[in-house]
Design a protein around this ligand. Structure first.
Ligand SMILES: [Zn+2]
Length: 577
């Protein structure tokens, strides 16, 4: 498709009504629409849509773009797919150049997902009805798997022959080369054969339910083959970006406002059997940030239910750190000595009750280590303090840091102030930066850059009544406005935002987009408008002057010079207060 076509689609689509399908809370406020962000969990709206430029941005999580990238992100699609949907909504017929590389890739993607889907249906059929699936059916029954879960996850059975799936999919028109590269077949001395044999098959779907791969669990207990065999990474399966079970769990996660994280796919099935459905697993990988971000779309709360061995403990600490870095709230459950959630449920443990006792990770580790470490010895106390301080250091909220320092103080009988010193030392060491004066005091460039970004609000307010821009002398704001901002304001005297947008270079356009998405009250009364502009400008100036004063104080100047500059700055600051 051509660039013109994309522009045509965008111009025909009303971004507000497209977004509203996903963000029912969207309301007009000033010249923008605001609502609860569909990309992260929030209670107060920080998601902004500007109709005039056809753009959106979330000031909470930073997602932003135009109507097509909105569809791309909210539906979890690639650009081409999103464009197709947008074209349909806009009533534009998409002319796709067949030779394009991305088109070829897109076609392969579709074929691959379709082949996986067919394979899943094939395996599922064998497990449910076919003679081949007899033993597997027995196994599933012995584990108490119900038809409901088998269907929902489309669990299947890969029989022990070498050419079952191969023949089935070849008849459907796929080549051996394709099936080999997608990991459905394996190859040995020039011959291809079914990769998954005699395994219970768990189809892996992405969060919109597309079939991207498989995880097969061996059924023969005496086999030397690995217990689990997963699909290799392909065009559609990047294991660090897929969360197993998320497609089936996302509604429950939203409703319960928490996601339970386990290690294995079998844990998930068992949990569904006792009606706990807000449960997911990273598959064949330790939890990654991308996976957590996906989960965070549905809830900020996460409950870890890992195996309780020392590897599980390490995984827990790492996951806690990741969750903190995304400002998610992590809790952990004690599996009461069971190896995993599956065992717990199979042996009749009360999963729901255990979940209700989930506690924050730091509390959990404080209790757990207390049982393991001899707290009466000095060495024991040292070890305990070191472990807990490391956890507190990764905690983002300073309120919670203080809370845990106090509890730690009680537990080991050491002053909070002493523990604080240990914590600060730990943080400095782990960040490997020396805290010297230059890092506290900003450089001139930084001061200016920050003032410019605060002045965005000033520009935004002025653009809400562009005919009034001429009432102000822009040169008075030269210290706080960037060249881009000044240029935009000067142009806006003559042109509408939409008209002047096309005359800007890319960097200027990006700046203007950010400005246009800011929340601004539209004030009709001219006097009130002038007052409000002055207030905004004063506040940006105050911030600028304070930062300048701090900077000059530490600057490398002779004392007399310094005194004179500071004096001027202070007088200016006082005049604003
Ligand atoms: Zn957001």
């Amino acid at each position: 498709m051509s660039k013109d076509q994309i522009e045509e689609i965008k111009s025909k689509l009303d971004i507000v009504s497209v977004v509203r399908e996903y963000v029912p809370s969207l309301k007009k406020n000033g010249r923008n629409h605001f609502g609860l962000c569909p990309f992260h969990n929030e209670r107060t709206p920080s998601f902004s849509v500007n109709e005039e430029l056809g753009i959106f941005k979330c000031f909470g999580c930073g997602e932003g773009g135009d109507v097509i990238s909105f569809i791309e992100k909210v539906e979890g699609l690639d650009f081409i797919k999103a464009l197709e949907i947008a074209a349909k909504k806009a009533g534009v017929e998409l002319r796709i150049e067949r030779s394009g590389f991305s088109e070829k890739r897109n076609k392969e993607r579709e074929r691959l997902i379709e082949a996986n889907h067919l394979a899943a249906e094939y395996y599922h059929y064998l497990l449910g009805k076919h003679e081949y699936g007899k033993e597997a059916r027995k196994y599933a029954k012995s584990r108490g798997l119900r038809v409901k879960e088998l269907k929902q996850f489309m669990i299947g059975f890969a029989p022990s022959g070498y050419e079952n799936l191969k023949n089935f999919l070849k008849k459907k028109g796929y080549t051996e080369a394709e099936l080999l590269s997608w990991g459905l077949l394996a190859e040995k001395s020039g011959h291809t054969y079914d990769k998954f044999r005699n395994r219970l098959m768990f189809p892996i779907t992405n969060h919109i339910g597309e079939f991207v791969g498989f995880s097969g669990r061996i059924l023969d207990k005496n086999s030397k083959a690995p217990k689990y065999l997963n699909s290799p990474e392909t065009l559609v399966y990047k294991k660090s970006q897929i969360v197993f079970g998320l497609y089936q769990a996302k509604e429950a996660i939203r409703k319960q406002n928490a996601a339970i994280l386990v290690e294995g796919n079998i844990d998930i099935l068992s949990s569904h059997m006792v009606d706990v459905q807000n449960i997911v697993a990273p598959l064949g990988t330790a939890l990654t940030q991308e996976q957590l971000k996906l989960i965070k779309r549905y809830s900020d709360n996460i409950i870890f239910a890992f195996d309780t061995d020392s590897a599980g403990e390490k995984a827990l600490l790492r996951s806690h750190e990741l969750a903190e870095s995304l400002e998610m709230h992590a809790k952990v459950v004690d599996l009461n000595g069971y190896q995993d959630v599956d065992e717990l449920i199979q042996k009749g443990g009360d999963w729901k009750k255990i979940l209700s006792k989930a506690e924050p990770v730091v509390d959990h580790m404080m209790n757990r280590l207390k049982r393991r470490i001899d707290m009466t010895s000095a060495e024991g106390k040292d070890e305990y303090v070191d472990s807990i301080i490391a956890l507190i250091a990764t905690t983002e909220s300073s309120v919670r840091q203080a809370h845990y320092l106090e509890r730690l103080s009680v537990a080991v009988g050491v002053d909070v102030s002493e523990l604080k010193t240990i914590l600060n030392k730990y943080i400095q060491k782990s960040k490997k930066v020396d805290i010297n004066e230059t890092s506290i005091v900003e450089t001139k460039e930084k001061v200016i850059k920050r003032s410019n970004s605060r002045a965005d609000l000033l520009v935004a307010a002025l653009l809400s009544h562009r005919e009034r821009i001429r009432l102000f002398d822009l040169s008075l704001w030269s210290e706080i406005l960037s060249e881009e901002q000044t240029k935009i304001l000067e142009m806006a005297r003559e042109k509408t935002v939409k008209e002047l947008f096309v005359d800007l270079n890319q960097a200027e356009q990006e700046r203007l987009k950010d400005i246009m998405l800011l929340p601004v009250d539209v004030i009709e009364d001219e006097g009130l408008f002038m007052q409000s502009i002055k207030l905004i400008a004063d506040s940006v100036f105050k911030d600028f002057l304070r930062a300048e004063i701090r900077r000059i104080k530490f600057a490398n100047l002779n004392e007399q010079e310094k005194g004179e500059i500071l004096n001027k700055l202070v007088i200016r600051l006082q005049s604003l207060q």
